[in-house]
Design a protein around this ligand. Structure first.
Ligand SMILES: [Fe+2]
Length: 218
C-alpha cells in the first residue's frame, strides 16, 4: 500500500468514526479545555460536544467500578477491567476518571428519555468510575452489538481524565473475536491507550470478561 493510499484509508476510517459514533473520538488539538462549570446545557447538547461535557453529569463520589448496564438490561453480561498506568508504563495512575458509553445489544444508542447534555446522544448505556490507588478500574455492562450497518466493530467509547489534566478519548474498546476487527480497522484508529482490542472469554457465570491495561502517554 502506498503512503498516499494509507493516509486516504486512515482519513476515511477516522471520518467514519466521527460520523458514526455520535461524538468525536478525538478532539482537535486546538480544543480549548473547558471546566464543567463553564459548559452549558446548550453546548453539551450536541453530538460533537467538547470532551468535558462527558464528565458534566457524573455522580459523586465515584468508585473504581462503573455500572453501565443494570442487571435487567437485555444482552450478554460483560465485565471489563484493568489498570491505568502513567506515561512510564509502570506506575499505576490513580484518580483517573473514566467515562464510557456504548450501544445496546441491537447496536443502537438507545435512550431512556431522562438523559441530559451529551448523554442525549450517547444513550442510556453510559457511566463513570475513578481508578483506585492501584490504578484499577472495572466496567460492568452488556456486550454491545455493532451498528446495524455492520461497518464497524462493536465498540465501547471511553474518555479518561487524570486529576488536574485534560481529558482524552482513548481508542475504543473492541473485541478480539469480532470479525469486524480487521487490519483495515486497526489502520483507521488513533492508537491512544493501545489498540483497544480485548480478548474476552465467558466465565462460569456466563459473563464475558476481559482485561485492558491502559498507558496514558500524557
Ligand atoms: Fe460509536
Amino acid at each position: 500500500m502506498t503512503t498516499q493510499a494509507y493516509i486516504a484509508m486512515a482519513s476515511l476510517g477516522l471520518f467514519t468514526l466521527l460520523r458514526g459514533c455520535g461524538s468525536s473520538p478525538v478532539q482537535a488539538p486546538t480544543h480549548q479545555l473547558q471546566t464543567s462549570t463553564q459548559l452549558t446545557d446548550q453546548a453539551c447538547d450536541d453530538p460533537d460536544a467538547p470532551i468535558d461535557c462527558c464528565f458534566r453529569n457524573m455522580p459523586q463520589p465515584l468508585t473504581s467500578t462503573m455500572t453501565m448496564a443494570e442487571l435487567q438490561e437485555p444482552g450478554e453480561r460483560l465485565v471489563l477491567s484493568g489498570t491505568v498506568y502513567q506515561p512510564d508504563g509502570k506506575t499505576p495512575y490513580q484518580n483517573v476518571v473514566m467515562y464510557a458509553y456504548q450501544t445496546d445489544h441491537t447496536g443502537h444508542y438507545t435512550k431512556k428519555g431522562t438523559e441530559t447534555g451529551v448523554q442525549k446522544w450517547h444513550g442510556h448505556l453510559h457511566g463513570w468510575c475513578k481508578t483506585d490507588q492501584n490504578g484499577r478500574y472495572e466496567i460492568r455492562s452488556i456486550r454491545p452489538a455493532p451498528y446495524p450497518s455492520n461497518t464497524m466493530p462493536a465498540h465501547i467509547h471511553a474518555a479518561l481524565r487524570p486529576e488536574g489534566k485534560p481529558a482524552v478519548y482513548i481508542s475504543d474498546f473492541v473485541f478480539k473475536d469480532d470479525p469486524l476487527v480487521t487490519q483495515q480497522y486497526l489502520a483507521t484508529i488513533p492508537d491512544v491507550g493501545g489498540t483497544g482490542i480485548v480478548d474476552i472469554r465467558k466465565n462460569k457465570q456466563n459473563t464475558w470478561t476481559g482485561t485492558r491495561d491502559i498507558v496514558l502517554k500524557k
